[in-house]
Design a protein around this ligand. Structure first.
Ligand code: MLT
Length: 201
């Protein structure tokens, strides 16, 4: 997959897996990662799917309606890419923390829904429930920060709550922070994510 890898200053810090939103690319979240965890190594990936020329991580049939078959296929593809990258670049596969926004947060959530030990932790900004009716692997030891907007026009409040409940039920340690705004990522939640990251790792 098209990506950027940069080695961090601190060897024992988790590696950040950066996953952009629809229409973004592997450059989008670099500044954000630098704010949250400036010493971490970074693996920033571009989604393999194009929607009207806009990169994404999996196909959708309509706004908020995911192509399940493609979601499952792309989730596996990304998880395997992270496995391979750990060997190529020599980072600790057991210490990978995803930072995803919107579509990128959705595929990060999907990694946790479908694959055991896919992520050691995740910062999910404005994420949805990736899939329903599946048994989520045991997420004991996985820490998740959720940043969400109370008035997000794309994601009903209850959907974010359902996502939190799903992950909690699978034994993930959850932290949530709600902003008054909508789908846009705002500084306030990035600052909270940074505080969470520093307290957790
Ligand atoms: C998705 O398709 O993953 C969500 O609707 C968010 C987005 O628009 O990227």
């Amino acid at each position: 997959m098209k990506h950027i890898y940069t080695k961090g200053k601190k060897q024992d810090a988790p590696t950040l897996l950066l996953l952009h939103g629809t229409g973004g690319n592997e450059h989008d979240l670099l500044a954000l990662a630098n704010m949250i965890a400036p010493d971490s190594s970074i693996l920033s990936v571009r989604g393999n799917v194009l929607e009207n020329g806009m990169p994404r991580f999996f196909r959708r049939l309509a706004e908020g309606l995911f192509d399940e078959e493609d979601l499952v296929f792309r989730t596996k593809e990304l998880t395997e890419f992270v496995n391979e990258s750990a060997k190529t670049y020599g980072f600790d596969r057991d210490r990978v923390v995803a930072i995803g926004y919107s579509n990128g947060a959705n595929i990060a959530a999907s990694m946790m829904y479908h694959h055991e030990n896919a992520l050691n932790g995740a910062i999910l900004f404005h994420a949805m429930v990736p899939r329903r009716g599946v048994e989520i692997p045991d997420l004991t030891g996985t820490s998740v920060f959720i940043g969400a907007g109370k008035r997000d026009p794309l994601i009903p409040l209850n959907e974010t709550k359902e996502l939190i409940k799903d992950l909690e039920k699978a034994n993930a340690t959850m932290n949530e922070y709600w902003v008054d705004g909508g789908h846009q990522l705002v500084r306030e939640e990035v600052e909270k994510a940074k505080e969470w990251f520093e307290a957790t790792y």
